[in-house]
Design a protein around this ligand. Structure first.
Ligand code: RTP
Ligand code: MG
Length: 156
């Protein structure tokens, strides 16, 4: 229906371990709100290896996968559910390209341009489709705690 075009959408955003340890959380939350997103929920997680592998399962055959899993497990991350019209695409635009150096060259106002280090330590994550958003929100926010014993809640 035509009314659905402007429907509020949800996406899964995450400040990765380099962003949390680099003390960029408050600056990123300000950028999120200034761009018109509502933060519907937020939660710190310290990923276990099992959950990191599940979260990034689509990349399991890639050469960078072991390093990616090690990086994501290296410290706490902050997961956020963002709400807004066109939240998925707009959040991807705000974070910028995967490679932080390319972000600085091509999208200097993006979050990865401002706070990312390289093509791995790029500070933030964003769901890349509706299907991904639903899967990632379920994995990090909606699973029964007893079914998710391998993921440790960080004491932040
Ligand atoms: P994300 O999923 O975290 O939002 O990032 P993305 O879509 O921009 O990039 P993707 O291709 O999905 O890659 C997932 C994450 O893997 C790490 N990576 N390292 N060459 C490398 O060393 C490399 N390439 C990707 C990054 O942390 C990337 O965000
Ligand atoms: Mg991705």
């Amino acid at each position: 229906a035509a009314a659905d075009v402007n429907a509020v959408e949800r996406t899964l955003a995450m400040v990765k371990p380099d962003g949390v340890s680099g003390s960029h959380v408050e600056a990123i939350k300000t950028l999120i709100r200034d761009a018109g997103f509502t933060i519907a929920a937020e939660r710190y997680w310290h990923f276990s290896e099992a959950v990191a592998k599940e979260f990034y399962a689509e990349h399991s055959e890639r050469g960078f996968f072991p390093n990616l899993v090690e990086f994501i497990c290296s410290g706490p991350s902050l997961a956020l559910i963002l709400e807004k019209e066109h939240a998925i695409a707009d959040w991807r635009l705000l974070i910028g390209p995967t490679d932080s150096s390319r972000a600085r060259e091509e999208f200097p106002k993006s979050i990865r341009a401002k706070f990312g280090v390289d093509s791995q330590k790029n500070c933030v994550h964003g769901s890349d489709s509706r299907q991904a958003a639903i899967r990632e929100i379920a994995l990090l926010f909606e699973q029964d705690q007893t079914a998710k014993k391998s993921m440790q809640h960080d004491e932040l």
